[in-house]
Every structure is written in structure tokens, then in C-alpha cells.
Design a protein around this ligand. Structure first.
Ligand SMILES: Nc1nc2c(ncn2[C@@H]2O[C@H](COP(=O)(O)OP(=O)(O)OP(=O)(O)O)[C@@H](O)[C@H]2O)c(=O)[nH]1
Ligand SMILES: [Mg+2]
Length: 605
């Protein structure tokens, strides 16, 4: 059988999932009633809600007698580790670039990885329907990017396709202007043909003993762990005994229970699979991404995948709040550890370590979003957990303490330059370049510690009224840049347990910004707002009006409260200090002091 294996890579939001969707549809992969939702590949709840792809996913379609395995990858920088391991399965990739935004940091990152792996690249300039598209310029920028990344002569001879993924259109002819792009009619046929023609068949060794490197792991309730990878050598049969070659020469054995291949978005059973195809296999439980599955005789593992080191970590704790267990099941120390280890097994960019406290584990990942996604997943499974402040992962190089630095690429209207510059400088950012595009917008490049970026996105959007664009990418380790001033304000903390009432909260409003409204159950040590001053303020949030036998003369005090500030998981993680943690249950996100007792012991009346 003719096979092609491709990945689809790009900066976040440039239209990868939309294009995969259309490729599957137009190749007749879905039956009539199957293709219901848009962007079917973004099948996880969190992906649908956040509108971004979080996990890479496999699918396949057939075109003119060739089976094309296609992997959709996430574009967000926090999930870059996924892209890297996916590239080990493919021989070609579609590099999608937005016709208006042009190549952005993640475009650079993924193209660099593709070039390093020697993968054939097809450039797809997408969204040519955008009124602000600038196709010619974007083409030049892509060309410069290839040069800059030192692409080889062969790699420089890439072909370019122009597309409107959303409408399922592709052409090899560059539209001369926007009107021409809009008048364009057709289908994705030129892209289908280009893939079959340009992407080489899998570079595999069919005569050698069976070997597959695990590029992805998933789980099925029926089959248990499922390993996904490309068969690099030989062939494999159901029932075959295999050896697993792990890290540091570790070797175990197992038997293949089930063998599957991709057909559309589904996995279908197969008896035998051959070199070149992407296989999903069950029966091997103890395995890590990067391990080689091979015959019992073969002792040579395939080259392991290495990914960029984690930049951010945070503590995951057993939920010990007074309300623990009321809204979900509390994960006990051992259960929490197993749950986190499962995450690390699926994702080589995640690391889990014990801490000096038995109830707390340190989880490291590429960025805060990646960690927040894990917290969110745990809570959706019905569990409770608590998490500490995200921090940069430090690294000692030649006796010097170093921290991860990111490059931040910013595009803002001129009049927001001041606020944005100040925001980044306060967070220890250093401007390395500034270009005035002459269009009323400027481009700024910064180098900034990863920890300076924690939570910056929401502030950035507010400061630029939603008009700014901020992209970041890992740059390297540099000596520690010194303390970044934390939150200036103290917390407002409940000094006793009870239900909040409008009367009690009304008296607290002048003293800061509340996070909760009336009728909320609070406990001693729970943070209910931000103090206007820099110290922590322990308050009585459940105070009720003293009853007297005298009738209040005339007007009662009006108790209309202003809207509390909604503290989502992400906002809370950014807001908290070291002595605070976030309690996450399936129903609520609460901020609390690590130590619940008021240190001064005094109570407000
Ligand atoms: N105007 C226009 N919008 C498009 C086109 N293709 C995709 N989009 C829109 O771009 C947005 C992002 O599309 P996705 O397919 O989710 O992008 P993605 O690259 O998969 O994003 P991540 O997986 O999060 O990196 C969606 O709102 C799409 O509707 C296009 O050709 N033209
Ligand atoms: Mg996507």
C-alpha cells in the first residue's frame, strides 16, 4: 500500500485543525451523519472551550489510492513538546502561515524542528480571505525564515499553496489581490495532490526486525494503555511477543494484544501492520514515550526523543481545607502522585517530583497553561486538589544559578507603547528590538524571565484593550535576574467560618476588592479579597447586624454590593503569593492561606 505520513504545524490559531477537518471531509472520510461538529479533531472538552488544540491527534484519509496519515498538532508554545515527538512519525509537514499575521514565534520553532528532522515542508499560506492579508510580504518573510534557520538547498525548494481552510479551498496560483482571493472557487484538490506528489514515502527498513518508537500514549477503558508510533522496521502481528527497550538500557517484555491503524478519526483493528504505517497497539502497560518496542531478539533501540526542558513548576497538594471532600473526591497523597505520574507518562515535557512534604508534589512543565490544563483535567474527573504558586525552574550552570528566559514578540498600537514597555520592564524584561511599522503599530522584542510572564496575558490584553498581540518562545538559561516585585497588595482573609451576608461584606468593600459575593460559605484562613494596603487583613465576613429592641429610625443602610472580582483558576494562580494556595474542586476555585490560623489571633467584632 502507498503511504504518506504528514504532520500539520503552525503558530497557534493559524488554522491547522480547520484544515485537517476539511481534508478529512473532502476525501470522503466521514460518512454523511458523522461530520457534525466543526473542527472535529479538537475533541477534548477543554479544547472546545479554550478554542485551542492541546493534544496532538492522529487521523488518516485516502486520496487516489494513497493512505495519508495526518497528525494535527497544538500551536500554543506550552505544548511544543508534543510537536517535537510527532515529527518523529512523519516524513512531510504542512507549515501553515496566516496570510495576515505572517510567521510568528511558534512558526519559527516548529519549522526549525522540522528542518532538523529533515522533513519535507510544504508551505500553506492560509486565510487568504482576510481583508488585511498581505500575501506577498508574508511569502518573503517565510523565505527569510528558511534562510535564517539555515535550511539546506533541497529544503529551500519548498512549494507554496494558498488556502482558505475554513471554506475548504486551496490553489497553487498566488492571488494578486484580495478581490481575486475572494472570487476564488474550487476545492482542496491542489493540496491533496501536492501532498501525494511532494511528501516522500516513509523512510523505513522493511527487512529489519520489527521496531517502533512510542511517540504518543493514550488510554482506553477496554484495552488499557495504547502506544502510538510509526513502524520504523519490519512488521508486527497481533499476539506477537515483544521487548520494550527503555531509558538507560532497561528491557522488559510483553505481548501485543490488539493492533490498530487509523481510518479517519477512528482506530480500526488490524492483524498485521507493516513498516511505514502509523500503528496504535495495546498490551504494553509499563512504557514511556521515547521507548522502543521491538522483537525479543533485537537489542538496538531507535533514537530517543528529547524535548526542551521544563520552564515552570508548581506544587500540587492534597486538599486539606475545612471544606475538603464536600464537592469532590479528595485525592490522597498516593492517588495524587499516581494521577500526576500518569500525566508525565503521556507527556515527556512534564516532570513530577516528591517534595519534603508527603502531601505535596512538584510538577514541572513548559508553561503555566500546560499546568493549568492538568489542574482543570483533574477537577473535571471529579477530584479535589490544591496548587501553589507557579515558579520558574532554576538550573545551576557552572555554579551560577540560572533561570529560563523567553523571547517575547509584541505587536501593539503606538499609543500603548508606554504601558506595555513599563509592564515588561517591571517584570525584568529587556527590550532587544523595536520596529515602527509606520501603520500606527509597533513591534517590540523583549527578553524576559519565564516567571515574569506568569499571568501577564490577561494584564496585557487589558492594558492594550484587546488590540495587542503577545507571543513568546523559550530562549535559554541566563543568570537569575533578581526579584520581580510581587503583588503589592495584601489579602483580605476571613477570620471565622460561616456564610457571608450583604451587611458584613458591605463594610469590607471600602477596604479593598472582594472576590466573593454574599451567601458564600467561607472558612477561617480563606482569602475573600484583595486588601487595599500591603498587609494581610483578617476580617469578619459573616458579621450580621446587631439586633436591638429599638426600631431603626427611618432608612436602613443600603446594602447593594458591587460585583466581586471573579477569580478563575488562571487568575488565582497568578495572584497568589508563596504563603497562599488555590483550592480546586469540581465546583469551586478558592484561594486560602497555607496556614489557616490568623497569626495575630485577634478577631474582628
Ligand atoms: N478567515 C479565515 N479564518 C480561518 C481560516 N481557517 C481557519 N480560520 C479560523 O481561525 C481560527 C483558528 O482555527 P484553528 O483551526 O482552531 O487553528 P489551529 O491552528 O488549529 O489552532 P491551535 O490548534 O490552537 O494552534 C478559527 O476561528 C477558524 O475558524 C481561513 O481560511 N480564513
Ligand atoms: Mg488546532
Amino acid at each position: 500500500m502507498n503511504i504518506r505520513n504528514i504532520a500539520i504545524i503552525a503558530h497557534v490559531d493559524h488554522g491547522k485543525t480547520t484544515l485537517v477537518d476539511q481534508l478529512l471531509r473532502q476525501s470522503g472520510t466521514f460518512r454523511e451523519n458523522e461530520a457534525t461538529a466543526e473542527r472535529m479533531m479538537d475533541s477534548m472538552d477543554q479544547e472546545r472551550e479554550r478554542g485551542i488544540t492541546i493534544e496532538a491527534k492522529n487521523a488518516s484519509y485516502a486520496w487516489k489510492g494513497t493512505k495519508v496519515n495526518i497528525v494535527d498538532t497544538p500551536g500554543h508554545a506550552d505544548f511544543g513538546g508534543e510537536v517535537e515527538r510527532i515529527l518523529t512519525m512523519v516524513d512531510g509537514c504542512l507549515l501553515l502561515v496566516d496570510a495576515s499575521e505572517g510567521p510568528l514565534p511558534q512558526t519559527r520553532f516548529v519549522l526549525n524542528k522540522a528542518l532538523q528532522h529533515g522533513i519535507k515542508v510544504i508551505v500553506v499560506i492560509n486565510k487568504i480571505d482576510r481583508p488585511d492579508s498581505r500575501i506577498g510580504e508574508v511569502e518573503n518573510e517565510i523565505f527569510d525564515l528558511f534562510i535564517d534557520l539555515e535550511a539546506g538547498e533541497d529544503q529551500m525548494n519548498y512549494e507554496t499553496i494558498y488556502a482558505i481552510a475554513r471554506n475548504g479551498l486551496a490553489t497553487t496560483q498566488r492571488p494578486n489581490d484580495h478581490a481575486e482571493a475572494m472570487a476564488f472557487k474550487g476545492s482542496l484538490d491542489p493540496l491533496f495532490d501536492a501532498i501525494n506528489r511532494i511528501v516522500p514515502p516513509p523512510r523505513v527498513e522493511a527487512e529489519k526486525p520489527f521496531a517502533l518508537m512510542v511517540s504518543n500514549l493514550s488510554h482506553s477503558d477496554f484495552l488499557g494503555r495504547i502506544c502510538v508510533g510509526r513502524i520504523q522496521q519490519g512488521s508486527v502481528k497481533v499476539g506477537q511477543p515483544v521487548a520494550i527497550l527503555g531509558r538507560n538500557g532497561k528491557r522488559t517484555t510483553a505481548r501485543i494484544q490488539e493492533l490498530m491503524t487509523y481510518s479517519g478519526m477512528k482506530q480500526i483493528k488490524a492483524e498485521t501492520l507493516y513498516a511505514g504505517d502509523i500503528a496504535a497497539l495495546a498490551g504494553v502497560e509499563a512504557i514511556e514515550i521515547g521507548d522502543t518496542i521491538t522483537t525479543l531478539e533485537n537489542m538496538t533501540p531507535l533514537k530517543r526523543i528529547e524535548v526542551d526542558p521544563p520552564a515552570v513548576n508548581m506544587g500540587f497538594l492534597v486538599n486539606s481545607s475545612p471544606m475538603a471532600g464536600r464537592e469532590g473526591k479528595v485525592l490522597l497523597s498516593r492517588e495524587l502522585m499516581l494521577r500526576l505520574q500518569k500525566e508525565a507518562l503521556r507527556n515527556p515535557a512534564i516532570r513530577v517530583e516528591p517534595t519534603k512534604f508527603p502531601d505535596e508534589f512538584l510538577v514541572s512543565g513548559r508553561g503555566e497553561l500546560q499546568l493549568a490544563v492538568i489542574v482543570e483535567a483533574i477537577r473535571r474527573e471529579g477530584f479535589e486538589v490544591a496548587v501553589g504558586k507557579p515558579k520558574a525552574v532554576l538550573n545551576t550552570v557552572d555554579g551560577v544559578v540560572c533561570e529560563p528566559i523567553e523571547k517575547a514578540f509584541i505587536d501593539v498600537p503606538e499609543d500603548h507603547f508606554g504601558v506595555v514597555n513599563e509592564m515588561l520592564c517591571l517584570r525584568k524584561g529587556k527590550m532587544t528590538n523595536m520596529v515602527n511599522k509606520g501603520s500606527g503599530r509597533i513591534r517590540l522584542d523583549f527578553e524576559i524571565p519565564s516567571r515574569g510572564l506568569i499571568g501577564i496575558r490577561s494584564h496585557f490584553l487589558t492594558a492594550t484593550r484587546g488590540t495587542g498581540i503577545l507571543n513568546t518562545i523559550f530562549h535559554g538559561y541566563e543568570p537569575y535576574k533578581g526579584d520581580i516585585s510581587e503583588r503589592q497588595n495584601g489579602a483580605m482573609v476571613a477570620d471565622r467560618t460561616g456564610d457571608t451576608v450583604p451587611y458584613g461584606l458591605f463594610h469590607l468593600e471600602p477596604r479593598g476588592q472582594l472576590f466573593i459575593g454574599a451567601g458564600t460559605e467561607v472558612y477561617e484562613g480563606m482569602v475573600i479579597g484583595e486588601n487595599a494596603r500591603d498587609n494581610d487583613l483578617w476580617v469578619n465576613a459573616v458579621r450580621t447586624k446587631k439586633l436591638t429592641n429599638m426600631r431603626a429610625s427611618g432608612t436602613d443602610e443600603a446594602t447593594t454590593l458591587s460585583t466581586p472580582r471573579l477569580m478563575t483558576l488562571e487568575r488565582s494562580l497568578e495572584w497568589i503569593r508563596d504563603d497562599e494556595i488555590v483550592e480546586v474542586t469540581p465546583k469551586n476555585v478558592r484561594i486560602r492561606k497555607r496556614k489557616l490560623k490568623n497569626p495575630s489571633g485577634s478577631r474582628e467584632n
